[in-house]
Design a protein around this ligand. Sequence first.
Ligand code: ATP
Ligand code: MG
Length: 247
Amino acid sequence: DIEIPESHPRYQSLLTRHRIEEGVENGITSKQGLIAQGRGEAFDYLLGERTIPSADEAERVAAAYLLLADHPVISVNGNVAALCPEEMVELAEAVGADLEVNLFNRTDERMEAIVSHLREHGAEEVKGLTADGRIPGLDHERAKVDSDGIGSADVVVVPLEDGDRAEALGEMGKTELVIDLNPMSRSAQTATVPIVDNVIRALPNMTKHARDLNGASREELEAIIDAFDAEAALEAAERAIRGGDID
Ligand code: ATP
Ligand code: MG
């Protein structure tokens, strides 16, 4: 059903659009998700649709945090589920993280559609349906989490998270690894590790780094984390977008 020749110069971008469109048709992605995708594409275009060196470093640091975590959780929304379900499952397996569906526009139908979609792509357990925990400071629907998932996580991967919730999770003391193509977004600004990259490139690269770092000692992983400067990473991304030097 998809007829984009691989030789097309915008192959990746068209494929991505097609997946989001399909996500909306299958009740996985919200209409708001289409707008978020458009916003992301504009930033990706300006970044040259590649992983800039500072993002690659952030992805390695994120992998180190995930490997050191007691209870890492990867938050899944309707965009990410449509774009890269397998990549999510692979990262979760590589670092021993839980997957939890976490929606801005939460409906039971969408929650269930995403959970089954992830299962079809190899996920075993998917959290998010219990919703017996709350993030303090958010209104009822948007505060819902599983108490044995994001509720008790120490490290959370949040791709394309909305700014309010990213801030509230930060206030709960969680280490937030935020994937967001906009370095000026509040989500990126509040992150412990801002990853300014397209989620379709970021997730597999985090998995690759996690596998590389698998035998590393606690000291080595902590050294990688200590050397990271979130502010500098955001500045490098902004320079790349503005057409300046990329490192
Ligand atoms: P703020 O964080 O400033 O409050 P927002 O969260 O309300 O802004 P949205 O448009 O709702 O802004 O969020 C979508 C975010 O997700 C944008 O920053 C966009 O760049 C980012 N985004 C969209 N698609 C992708 C993608 N495929 N990979 C990474 N980031 C993406
Ligand atoms: Mg945001």
